[in-house]
Design a protein around this ligand. Structure first.
Ligand code: ARG
Length: 456
């Protein structure tokens, strides 16, 4: 096989090298950003007098035509040309001749790929922010529609204290709020131009990297040419931020899966987001939530792959770095697909309020409230805890609920119990007594909903 940049070699390249070394099958998706970067680079070379005005015009027109071909699916990618950069450069030379051979002046594929990846990621981060926002909006709508539904809040997956369903769902709103902050933070460090670093040591041409950075909307330059071509931190951070998004989606999925089992019976997910079984006609499976939960693993895998690829790489560029793209693309696609799926699924959920209400009556959820009541009557908390513990044990043995006890029953355990104690056994009263910032009282949840909507 013939060889790229073959001047220094006497023979061609083994065909295994092409198979191992080609990246165009995956990095061709960077073409629009590669072309944007090349156009900005060529224009700068023109302004600096490195390229003639005619060459710049030919290059810009040529690249724009190639961009159209690619978009229309008329471009044929050749793996023998290794990557997106060389494919486009070769097509440019074929189209415009010698001017095309001047585009790569003062530049290397090393700063070029760093540039392309940063430009591409910036757009993905903006898309992901929009997707996270859409999911938050779905959660807010769902919460608002179910503000008066109360369910058992759990710790250890055991009934703990009653909470509003809206409060429960708004906890996820907060997770995705932090995810958006993290994506914004990644964007800040991604948004620096590496161009001018060339292979690693910069270039002796009189370049003006600031103007290229400005044209491409960067907030500034990478400060060190060697770091510029070897830094992939922004990709690792991105995979980290994606991993957290997936972890949050996976926890939400897990709850939806549990809630839609007959054992819980809290919810039913709509037909459009559930699937049937090939053998059991009655089945309605929560596959979408399960797949989201399952795909979390592959996103974590992307981060691990990337970190492992980078460890031990000496400065500056090493070809190992070409392996960064596939995991990052996969993480990026997976996160966007899963965010869209969850955003679509949430509005299809039917809530079985009566199942949640009857669950609230099981598991002695009123116990803490009754202990607090005794504290209010002057009993030290530890003592109150023990008294209520004895009451719960009594009820468990009799197979009755706390709510079935009369005032006299309660008084048998402590004379401090009065009529008002019975009123506290109402779940709606219990939740509304948690009336502090971040609490599950109706007024506080309403406030959280208003804040959430203002944020969106
Ligand atoms: N396809 C390469 C990559 O993704 C571009 C940079 C190639 N640089 C080099 N010196 N071979 O990393």
């Amino acid at each position: 096989m013939s060889k790229l940049w073959g001047g220094r070699f006497e023979s061609g390249v083994d065909k295994l090298v092409e198979e191992l070394g080609e990246s165009v099958s995956s990095d061709c998706r960077l073409a629009p950003w590669d072309i944007r970067g090349s156009i900005a680079h060529a224009r700068m070379l023109g302004r600096q007098g490195v390229l003639s005005a005619e060459d710049v015009t030919a290059i810009v027109n040529g690249l724009e035509a190639i961009a159209k071909d690619i978009e229309a699916g008329r471009f044929s990618w050749d793996p023998a040309l290794e990557d997106v950069h060389t494919n486009i450069e070769a097509a440019l030379v074929e189209r415009i001749g010698d001017a095309g051979k001047r585009l790569h002046t003062g530049r290397s594929r090393n700063d070029q790929i760093a540039l392309d990846t940063r430009l591409w990621l910036r757009d993905q981060l903006d898309a992901i922010d929009g997707a996270l926002r859409g999911l938050q909006a779905a959660l807010v709508n769902f919460a608002e529609a179910h503000i008066d539904v109360i369910l058992p809040g759990c710790t250890h997956l055991q009934h703990a204290q009653p909470v509003r369903l809206a409060h429960h769902m708004l906890a996820y709103f907060e997770m995705f709020r932090r995810d958006r902050e993290r994506m914004r933070d990644v964007r800040r460090r991604t948004n620096r131009s590496p161009l001018g670093a060339a292979a690693l040591a910069g270039t002796s041409y009189p370049i003006d990297p600031e103007s290229v950075a400005e044209e491409l909307g960067f907030e500034g330059l990478c400060a060190n040419s060697m770091d510029a071509v070897s830094d992939r931190d922004f990709l690792v951070e991105f995979c980290g931020a994606c991993s957290l998004v997936m972890m949050h989606l996976s926890r939400l999925s897990e709850e939806l899966i549990l809630w839609s089992t007959p054992m819980y019976g809290y919810i039913e997910i709509g037909d459009a987001f559930t699937t049937g079984s090939s053998i059991m006609p009655q089945k309605k499976n929560p596959d979408v939530a399960e797949l989201v939960r399952g795909k979390t693993g592959r996103v974590y895998g992307s981060m691990t792959a990337l970190l492992t690829t980078l460890k031990g790489l000496p400065l500056a560029y090493n070809r190992d770095m070409q392996e960064d793209k596939e995991p990052v693309f996969d993480a990026c696609d997976t996160v966007q697909l899963c965010l869209a799926a969850m955003t679509g699924l949430i509005p299809t959920i039917t809530v079985h309020e009566e199942r949640m209400a009857s669950a609230v009556r099981e598991g002695f959820l009123e116990a803490t409230e009754l202990a607090d009541y005794l504290v209010g009557q002057g009993m030290p908390f530890r003592e109150a805890h023990a008294v209520i513990g004895r009451i719960v044990l009594h009820c468990a043995k009799q197979s009755i609920r706390l709510g079935e006890l009369s005032l006299d029953d309660l008084r048998a355990f402590s004379s401090l119990f009065g009529e008002e104690a019975l009123r506290l056994l109402d779940p709606a009263v219990m939740v509304d007594r948690r009336d502090h910032p971040g609490g599950t009282a109706r007024a506080r949840v309403q406030e959280a909903l208003e804040n959430a909507k203002a944020l969106l």
